[in-house]
Design a protein around this ligand. Structure first.
Ligand SMILES: [Zn+2]
Length: 130
């Protein structure tokens, strides 16, 4: 069913990292564990999992966890080669992926793997014109 480009070995490795870190998700309310792995253009890899909270809206998705971790280490828009996720990113995370200019978003979906650019995942997106 996929009309996206096929995965590469680096994509598979990144998705494996995402699957591994999903075990560390803090998801006592939903039980839905999500992992994300990010690779910079210099080859550095970051991982993150979803972190829920008793006040549900305060929970953080795996994508935003890993992007926050990377940004805290100095990674900036344009520095990211790919992000792999164990689930399809939600709308809010698509906005985050777009902000960081992620060209290659690899995610598990409907029993397969999809690869899209952040632009494809969020067409006609909000951009702050300053
Ligand atoms: Zn999300």
């Amino acid at each position: 069913m996929s009309d996206s480009p096929s995965t590469t070995q680096p994509d598979e490795e990144l998705l494996s990292e995402a699957r591994a870190v999903a075990d560390n998700a803090y998801a006592p309310y939903s039980g839905f564990h999500v992992g994300a792995a990010l690779r910079t253009r210099t080859g550095k890899v970051y991982t993150g999992a979803n972190v829920e909270n008793a006040s549900y809206p305060l929970g953080v998705c795996a994508e935003r966890t890993v992007l926050s971790c990377a940004a805290s280490d100095g990674v900036r828009p344009g520095d990211i080669e790919a992000v792999a996720i164990t689930a399809s990113p939600c709308g809010g995370c698509r906005q985050w992926l777009l902000e960081f200019g992620v060209a290659r978003v690899v995610f598990a979906h409907a029993g397969g793997v999809q690869i899209r650019s952040a632009d494809e995942l969020l067409p006609h997106s909000f951009i702050l014109d300053t």
